[in-house]
Design a protein around this ligand. Structure first.
Ligand code: IMP
Length: 206
């Protein structure tokens, strides 16, 4: 039986993302483990086209692209917001709803309009979840995916200056602050990304 590769302190790890919000959160999460995290953009690695239809598929594609280009292990994140009454939209297209200028005010307005069209703004608000698929890829082609989810409801108007993407419109279950109102530390304690990250740490650190 082959043994899955593991990460050790001092190991260089590529963060296979070009999204500054995600890079910041992954760096925050990984700092205590003593690996040397360097972003794909810093190493001159291009951003691959996300051609898959699942979070796991796109995460695998991005991690392998960076591992193959650099000869280093690479960690990717594919994530997004899924709104139940919109059939899971924007889902894997969460970044694309922000358009070429990556304007998330535009993306959140599109979500709000789609919910309005369904008459969905009655209390307690439309049910939604964030999902994150983290993938570690090794230069030999081995990949492993870890998924985390956090469930909650959407709010409108937007609340909070923190975070990135759709954070100001997401209220996690049992919370009073949106992800946009929470401190980064509080978001890291409960987020979809943090949940996936815990599975990754348990599986990949010696
Ligand atoms: P992708 O994984 O690069 O396709 O992009 C996913 C998109 O989902 C991001 O650009 C964000 O807009 C959104 N997203 C993912 N995770 C979060 C989060 O933690 N907060 C807010 N938005 C998120």
């Amino acid at each position: 039986m082959s043994v899955a590769p593991r990460l050790v302190r001092g190991q260089k790890l590529v963060v296979a993302s070009h999204n500054p919000g995600k890079i910041r959160e992954i760096n925050d999460l990984i700092r205590p483990f003593g690996v040397e995290a360097v972003s794909a953009g810093t190493l001159g690695v291009s951003e691959p086209e996300e051609t898959e239809t699942t979070f796991a598929g796109n995460a695998r594609l991005k991690a392998w692209h960076s591992a193959n280009a650099t000869g280093l292990p690479a960690l990717s994140d594919d994530s997004g917001l899924e709104v139940e009454m919109l059939g899971g939209d924007p889902g894997v297209y969460s970044a694309r709803w922000a358009g070429p200028s990556k304007d998330f005010a535009v993306a959140m307005q599109k979500v709000a309009d789609a919910v309005t069209a369904q008459g969905g703004w009655n209390a307690p608000g439309p049910r939604a979840n964030f999902t994150a698929a983290l993938c570690i890829a090794w230069p030999d082609g081995t990949t492993r995916v870890f998924e985390g989810r956090v469930f909650g409801t959407l709010v409108w108007p937007l609340r909070g200056p923190h975070g990135f993407g759709y954070d100001p419109m997401f209220l996690a279950e049992s919370e009073t602050e949106t992800f946009g109102e929470m401190s980064p530390e509080k978001k890291h304690a409960i987020s979809h990304r943090a949940r996936a990250f815990k599975l990754f740490v348990d599986a990949c650190f010696t």
